[in-house]
Design a protein around this ligand. Sequence first.
Ligand code: MG
Length: 158
Amino acid sequence: MVSNLRIGHGYDVHRLVEGRRCIIGGVDIPHSKGLLGHSDADVLAHALADAILGACRGGDIGKLFPDTDPAYAGADSLKLLAAVMEHARSLGYEFVDADCTIACQEPKIGPHREAMARAIGCPVENIGVKATTTEKLGWEGEGEGIGAWSVCLLERCS
Ligand code: MG
């Protein structure tokens, strides 16, 4: 039997700098530094968006929303995530489930599933988000940036 399930993986990194907001999974987190990027640099939303695009073989967010395009300067990544899911649906896929991991020493990561679930249009139970420190090792541990990984399952419906 041929499965209609497709798996996708996404990975993203943004540098932590002073003078920027720290938006993770659509949640603006109070922190002394924020994430640097052309859009709002929401590393978690970007990793999940790339996982969705990987599963529907729909390219990547760099291709869909080029960081050279002024239209996406300061863009709300939840809107990009919603557009990515719309793109996946236009290719005949429906969202099934996703799980994400954020690697950072700080800030403490709060509840980030609700806003992303709303953007995708899925139950909050179908998105997992967890965080890990790297025991102060490497660039995440030294607070130079935040990395995020995501895997997701889509089902081909047409
Ligand atoms: Mg990014």
